[in-house]
Design a protein around this ligand. Structure first.
Ligand code: MN
Length: 722
């Protein structure tokens, strides 16, 4: 019962299809088994003659991935896809064969796993790691793709001994940083815990084996204590007529390692003596807890009720720590058999329970996946809001229902305002009140698990600024702010108009003489504004000094930039200022801005434009905005020693919306290019992605663009100019 996992790489591996079939017979129909058999044959042929580094025939790998999934009663489509998950590596042209033989659903799963396997997840910062998890989860259309990926990685980790040392370490690190957090959030603790222990074994072998050794030294003693406790508890439960199973619980090595790392002593980790009680139903759980507490003194503050308040990954159990025989501390978990399946398999447990009317579990998990995806949609929010959005994934959450019974996952502490904005921006903006479980509630009401939330709206209603303080989620806050920034714009326009009038009066200039149509057009052209309103807006919001506008028209002042213009006409030779990325010939101290219309990157031929009041803006020579602007242009060039990466926009035209984004991101992981953001534009004729990339220079950029052009369904790739 209490034995320590000694690295399970030699355990559980099956060698023949019959072993898998026997296991699948327990829960699949004959028809389903037939399809699985065909999938096995298909994979067998495709991998025929190929060996793994372990010396096994290649087919042993997909066979065992499928076997791992049969443990959690995966549906037959998932089993088929697992068996064939590597066939596209052999020959990517057989995707059509796959669809014809096995249908689109299975083919899509195989394709999904293949795509994910192409991503490389290197990188050290927390944000990169979080980003990888986000991409992996967010871009998998079907959660089964991730589940197959986790099983695939588990088998690869079990056979990791066959790889060279450096690759063992790299794989173990990647598993810990990217994959186990995903397994955790999906509630798949049994796979997660095995992945963690295996990773630790290869990533920190010294720490791993020292824990294993210590556990072995105390093994017999601990087993005796646990057995004695099991016997005592069992007697109490039998006396009270409660049917039960009690098991000693092996503590995962990785979790011991984490506790030791936090400065705990080995002897202090009380859950080393741990047992778990399984009963039939929820009320028995509480009954068992009462009986245990009446016999053994509980340790204060160590009691947790995860039945009334499940963890966000659906985990349910009662936890308590009590003083057992001999004054030893025992950590006891109490749960039903059904809770145990969920605790071990999380999202995957819906396969086991789908007939028992537990459809809600599946839809709750789909909502969870939706939530990961919604992070990708936070692109309107500012940086601060995005990082808050990231935190929300890691915080506890609650599940509430719409009046139609759809589950919505919300962070703990969410209010009806958050719910409304989560449902739809329109619903949030027009909200007038909320009804929870048939009662009217105030808008700062804190939603609870299983609340049924109805939002009342009125088409003439608008949000209140106060809501920003009441709302909990970054999404709601940023949408309320967005609503007001639209309103604020009107205020700025008014303010700008007032300020301009005031300044003109102060200078004793006539407002009507100043704002002639001709002058307005001159300002619009000079400052690249859209309209008179836009001029006011820029003044009112302090984006442009009011004097630059007035002086430009009145022409009674020579700005600093014009002095520079004169100076450069003298053609004095000045040494390049090596501190700056862009060298302005003849000038050393001047602000240079990268033009946002054409976003040049190192390697692009540049031309400078001397703006009024805002330094020099650097454009690409090909920029359409520079075509007719020769008087104020100036020679500029990139400094040879630029090291910073610069952002630029590329447009990817595609034939159909076939998840090309994932391919684009996959291509970027082969290059030095960083993808900063992506935006999907659905135009009339075709599908268009706008991708903002950070690149070192044009060579990198061209290489990347050529890579993207090789993606099927991509029609054209170009750099964008606005
Ligand atoms: Mn594989």
């Amino acid at each position: 019962m209490l034995d320590v996992k000694m690295g399970s790489e030699f355990m559980n591996q099956i060698e023949t299809y019959e072993e898998l079939r026997d296991k699948l017979k327990e829960y699949l129909s004959e028809d389903e088994l037939d399809v699985v058999g065909k999938a096995y044959m298909f994979a067998f042929e495709k991998h025929f003659g190929k060996k793994r580094l372990t010396g096994d025939n290649y087919i042993i790998h997909p066979l065992n991935v499928a076997y791992i999934l049969s443990d959690i009663k995966a549906d037959y489509q998932t089993i088929c896809a697992a068996l064939m998950h590597d066939v596209l590596e052999e020959d990517k042209t057989i995707i059509d064969q796959l669809s014809n033989k096995f249908g689109d659903e299975i083919a899509r799963l195989v394709e999904g796993v293949t795509k994910i396997n192409k991503l490389s997840f290197s990188g050290d910062s927390e944000s990169i790691k979080a980003n990888h998890r986000k991409i992996l989860v967010g871009l998998s259309e079907d959660v089964r793709v991730i589940i197959i990926k986790l099983a695939d990685r588990l088998h690869n980790m079990r056979t990791l001994w066959a790889l060279p040392l450096d690759r063992q370490r790299a794989k173990a690190k990647e598993t810990l940083e990217v994959l186990t957090p995903i397994a955790h959030r999906l509630g798949m603790s049994s796979i997660k815990s095995e992945l963690e222990d295996l990773s630790l074994r290869y990533y920190k072998p010294d720490a791993y084996f020292s824990i294993v050794e210590k556990l072995n030294q105390t093994k017999v003693e601990r087993e005796d204590l646990v057995d004695e406790m099991i016997e005592q508890v069992s007697i109490i439960l039998n006396e009270n007529g409660i049917k039960h199973t009690i098991k000693g619980r092996a503590k995962a090595i990785y979790s011991i390692y984490n506790k030791l790392n936090k400065g705990k002593k080995f002897s202090d980790i009380y859950d080393l003596l741990a047992l778990r009680v399984y009963v039939q139903n929820e009320s028995e759980c509480y009954q068992v807890l009462g009986l245990i507490h009446s016999k053994y003194k509980p340790l204060p503050k160590r009691f947790k009720d995860y039945i009334a308040m499940p963890k966000p990954n659906m985990y349910q159990s009662l936890h308590t720590t009590v003083f057992g025989p001999g004054g030893n501390l025992f950590e006891i978990q109490i749960r039903t058999y059904e809770m145990d399946v969920i605790a071990e398999n999380g999202i995957a447990s819906h396969w086991s329970y789908k007939e028992n009317g537990r459809v809600n579990l599946q839809s709750a998990m789909e909502q969870k996946l939706q939530f990961f995806k919604s992070l990708m949609d936070l692109k309107d929010a500012n940086e601060e809001d995005v990082s808050k959005g990231n935190e929300e994934v890691f915080k506890d959450s609650i599940y509430v229902f719409t009046p139609k019974g759809d589950v919505v996952e919300m962070p703990l502490g969410s209010t009806p305002i958050d719910f409304a904005y989560k449902v739809h921006t329109e619903v949030g903006d027009k909200m007038i009140g909320a009804i929870v479980n048939d009662n009217i509630v105030p808008l700062d009401y804190k939603l609870k698990d299983n609340d049924i939330v109805k939002i009342n709206t009125n088409k003439n209603s608008t949000p209140s600024k106060e809501w920003i303080n009441i709302a909990k989620t970054a999404q709601a806050k940023s949408r309320i702010k967005a609503f007001f920034s639209k309103i604020d714009k009107k205020d700025y326009i008014k303010l700008g108009q007032e300020n301009l009038n005031k300044e003109l009066r102060k200078r004793k200039e006539s407002i009507t003489d100043f704002l002639t149509n001709e002058n307005i057009i001159r300002i619009i052209e000079e400052f690249k504004y859209d309209s008179l309103e836009d001029i006011y807006y820029n003044i009112g919001s302090n984006k442009v000094p009011i004097n630059s506008i007035i002086n430009f028209i009145l022409n009674d002042n020579i700005t600093k930039e014009e002095l520079i213009l004169k100076k450069t006409q003298n053609k004095d030779i000045v040494l390049p200022n090596t501190k700056n990325d862009i060298i302005v010939s003849g000038v050393d101290e001047i602000k240079v801005n990268i033009a946002s219309c054409c976003k040049p990157v190192p390697g692009d031929k540049l031309v400078g434009y001397i703006t009024k009041g805002n330094g020099i803006s650097a454009h690409r020579v090909t920029c359409p905005n520079m075509m007719n602007n020769d008087e104020r242009t100036i020679d500029i060039s990139w400094n040879d020693c630029v090291t910073k990466k610069y952002p630029t926009n590329i447009l990817v035209h595609t034939l159909e919306n076939k998840n090309v984004l994932l391919d684009i991101i996959a291509k970027s992981s082969n290059t030095e290019v960083t993808i900063q953001s992506t935006n999907f534009v659905n135009t009339n004729d075709n599908f268009l992605y706008e991708v903002v990339v950070l690149v070192k220079d044009t060579t990198e950029l061209t290489k990347f663009i050529n890579e993207i052009k090789t993606i099927p369904n991509v029609i054209d790739v170009e750099r964008s100019m606005k």
